[in-house]
Design a protein around this ligand. Sequence first.
Ligand SMILES: Nc1ncnc2c1ncn2[C@@H]1O[C@H](COP(=O)(O)OP(=O)(O)OP(=O)(O)O)[C@@H](O)[C@H]1O
Length: 252
Amino acid sequence: MTEELHNEEITNEELLPSSSPSSSLIELTDINKYYPVGKEQLHVLKNLHLTIEQGEFLMIMGKSGSGKTTLMNIIGFLDQSSDGTYIFDGQDVSKLTENQKSDLRNKYIGFIFQQFFLIQSLNVSQNVELPMVYEGTKKENKRRKIAEHYLGLVGLEGKENSKTTELSGGQQQRVAIARALVNEPLLIMADEPTGALDSETSADIMGILSDLNKEGKTIVMVTHDNDMKKYASRVVYMKDGLFLTEEEYNNA
Ligand SMILES: Nc1ncnc2c1ncn2[C@@H]1O[C@H](COP(=O)(O)OP(=O)(O)OP(=O)(O)O)[C@@H](O)[C@H]1O
């Protein structure tokens, strides 16, 4: 959509993506992550390399404790690796300040979580408008119009004024997807997005994500659910902080 709706001036020019057509969206090299536990260092991510291209639907599959969330947090600039390099659309993330990282995160990454994380004191539209508030879109009617567009896209037209507590789990996740889309991010990150939903509703939500990917949106999703693999264009398998081949993973 919506060039006409998204014509706000971008205030921080140096944070624009490099838009070099040949570069990958994400390049992680030699990534390690240690957590201090008492006097020891717990080695949670072990020398990982991962490249993600624009337009992929990458699924990171692994059992509980394998390091998926830690890796997602690094990719989404919510945490940093202990060492290694992370290039996001041509920019070295380690050279960015915390403020620049949060600007980049708000502009270029949309998050979807298992528990939805909607704000109950706000109505549906206000929840979807939040990333635009953070980005500085001041005109309320403009935010509302964009929110309506994305709520329509996820099948929630007419629910703008509803309370989030009046919605089913699947509807709440649709609100979260609309919220993840409003700033037209380069990347959608989904952490177990169907983990709190029944299988029919899960299929609906995965259908929406799949359609978004077919329209060109890059998606990275973590899951422990083998049934989700069919939605992915590529699957990477994790165990104990390492990437495994599918065969190694199935035999582990
Ligand atoms: N802040 C922390 N401090 C110490 N250890 C941590 C911390 N966060 C995670 N860990 C440990 O790091 C390892 C990987 O955790 P992580 O949450 O990334 O795994 P996961 O694959 O996402 O698991 P789950 O599916 O249960 O969320 C686990 O052993 C976990 O206990």
